[in-house]
Ligand binder design. Structure first.
Ligand code: SAM
Length: 330
């Protein structure tokens, strides 16, 4: 079945699907995982791989050609490598990428590469071992760092290091983290903290990216890097002579909704039109009721129509987002 490419009411073409394959995670990052222990999704409530593949095929017929796998932590789910091979084999998929905390990725790096994954986004909010343990609930810094270096040696590129900049948590080392790019060919990306769900943090630790830029100014000028067709929302820069890049993703101070080309599929089987708006459409229910392709196509079209022109989260927090980040996947 061929259908017209997916477009929302604001004429944005949606060709990018972010899929959370699990709500479970091996880490308990204080800014992501909720304060109270929420019940995890029952196995039967999580989309099976074959269900995700069916949904993706419907999306591909509507112009989806780029996929990012996220979680929870995608590598805690069994069978991920076979699933990635199957995804990659779908005619029309241009790229399949992965977001991970890189703790468990080591033994899978070669196979990930063989499965065609090239773009890895790795979350790392500190270069200090003890701080990592406090922030993420487990002492895994060395493992993560080794895996980052190995991933680079294996040819994953670009290798993006996602850093959520947070007041009183890691703001004293942002310069050090940015300076990494002088010696390492990574793209370090500072992400503004987004208040979602009920995180373990007592206060909003928000630092604007403008503030981050001021803090790292001692490293020298940031030279803009030309944007590529495949770029996401990051504004990209380079320090003079550096081999890596510094990017800024500023959802609270410079929303980039005008260029948003994304839909999300949650682990529980909901299409989510906007990360920062709680509206979701249940695609799992019709799928499990035996819906035909036309009905599922219609779900995508309805999700596209429900995409707001922009989200409502600003520097002053605005409308809080009820969903937990770890159930959507960022
Ligand atoms: N477990 C994987 C990981 O750690 O990369 C994938 C899931 S995680 C939810 C995806 C991304 O969301 C990470 O880069 C994480 O730093 C980011 N993230 C989580 N909570 C956030 C928040 N409240 N504000 C901004 N970014 C957040």
């Amino acid at each position: 079945m061929t259908t017209r490419p997916l477009q929302d009411r604001h004429f944005r073409k949606l060709n990018y699907l972010r899929i959370s394959v699990t709500d479970r995670c091996n880490l308990r990052c204080i800014y992501c995982v909720p304060r109270e222990t929420l019940p995890r999704l029952a196995h039967t409530d999580i989309l099976r791989y074959e269900e995700i593949l069916r949904i993706v095929r419907i999306g591909v017929a509507l112009g989806i050609d780029k996929i990012r796998i996220t979680g929870g932590e995608p590598l805690v789910r069994k069978g991920l490598m076979d699933f990635l091979h199957q995804l990659q084999a779908i005619n029309g998929i241009r790229e399949v990428n992965l977001t991970t905390n890189a703790v468990l990725v080591g033994p899978f790096l070669e196979e990930l590469h063989a499965a065609g994954v090239r773009r890895l986004n790795i979350s790392l909010d500190t270069l200090r071992r003890e701080r990592f343990a406090r922030l993420a609930g487990q002492d895994c810094f060395d493992q993560v760092w080794d895996n980052i270096l190995r991933a680079f040696d294996l040819g994953f590129a670009p290798l993006k290091i996602n850093v959520v900049a947070m007041q009183g948590i890691n703001d004293d080392e942002l310069t050090e983290i940015a300076a990494l790019t002088r010696q390492q060919p990574f793209q370090v990306r500072f992400i503004e903290y987004m208040p979602m769900g009920n995180p373990q943090l007592p206060n909003d630790p928000f630092i604007s990216n403008e503030d981050v830029r001021r803090r790292i100014a001692s490293l020298g000028n940031l030279e803009p890097v030309a944007r590529g067709a495949n770029d996401g929302p990051a504004e990209r820069y380079r320090l003079a002579g550096a081999i890596g890049e510094i990017g800024f993703i500023s959802p609270r101070t410079q929303h980039f909704c005008g260029d948003c080309n994304r839909l999300r599929l949650t682990a529980s089987g909901h299409l989510r039109p906007c990360l920062l708006s709680d509206r979701e459409l249940d695609i799992k229910a019709p799928l499990r009721r035996g819906a035909d392709d036309r009905e599922l196509t219609d779900m995508f079209i309805r999700a596209a129509r429900a995409k707001p022109s922009r989200h409502q989260l600003g520097a002053e927090c605005g409308q809080p987002v009820a969903s937990q980040m770890n159930s959507i996947g960022g």
